[in-house]
Design a binder for this molecule. Sequence first.
Ligand code: F6P
Length: 343
Amino acid sequence: MEKIGILTGGGDCPGLNAVIRAVVRRSHALGFDVLGIKNGWAGLIHGYVEPLTDFSVSGILPRGGTILGTSRTNPFRELDHVQKLKSNWQRFGLNYLVAVGGEDTLGVAYKLFKQEAYLIVGVPKTIDNDLAGTDYTFGFDTAVQIVTEAIDRIHTTAESHRRVMVVEVMGRHAGWIATYSGMAGGADCILVPERKFNVDEVCALIKKRIDRGKEFAIVVVSEGATPDETHQVMTKPGHIDAFGHAQLGGIGDWLGAQVETRTGIETRVTVLGHVQRGGTPTAYDRVLATRFGLKAIELIREKQFGYMASLRGTEIVAAPIEDALSQKLLDPKVFDDAAVFFG
Ligand code: F6P
């Protein structure tokens, strides 16, 4: 019997378990064995695996996180790790692999396919929705839902205290989460990585709002947004992952202090952080993740290795994994629509 491995890498994301369930159920129906690889590429390097049965994936559809665990492991960082990965692939009798992840995990998958001829297909994931090669990634809808709910709650306390509330959200390279949730939550200003911002302009928007009789304001800022006076993304010192990414954070606090000083209005900052990635996926994300998982098995059956599942309009299609290695920045038209309601 042929064997399919599956791993989830990078940051966790609501919908990962729906992908795993779909891959396992479809594979078994077609007569494949499925081996779960634990903790992303680390599992293949160090040999942490568990056979997946229909029973072991029963009940996981609505669960957040990933039952396989995840990590930001880069096998190409250490020479002997690629060797270990190869000998474990052999040892476990793998024929094919489904790699579920973002640009880093899929980058490794692409390299293994291209350089080592491994039979790998991909499933793109990130709450940030910033992968090219697919219209949307699962996890994004859930994150937007969570942030919108948070903004609704922050709204009532902002109004009661007549404060400016700054809400920092995820979005390393792209402002999809900030823009969609800011638009849904009625934000008075949205700041995204794609457009450097000017603090005085932010303050002017807040004052404009005060002048028209509103005594509070909500500002949504992506973690990767940069002020034009520093030109720097704010990071947490000392936290660099195996792919060379710094941990972001700090722009909300910085902006909150600037706004309070420059406007004289009491300001509070909420950093939503990993709340945005946790918990149960929305129905939309469960469906998208399930369809991506089914497509991954279809790609294997059709021997379309080096390809990944992708959403184009309402269709699930095949796209080269390579496409996901570049960023999909925010559609400027969507941002301009959101900006109509600023101030
Ligand atoms: O890639 C998604 C993401 O949520 C980014 O927006 C964020 O910068 C990063 O993951 C944080 O990941 P972690 O803190 O888990 O390493």
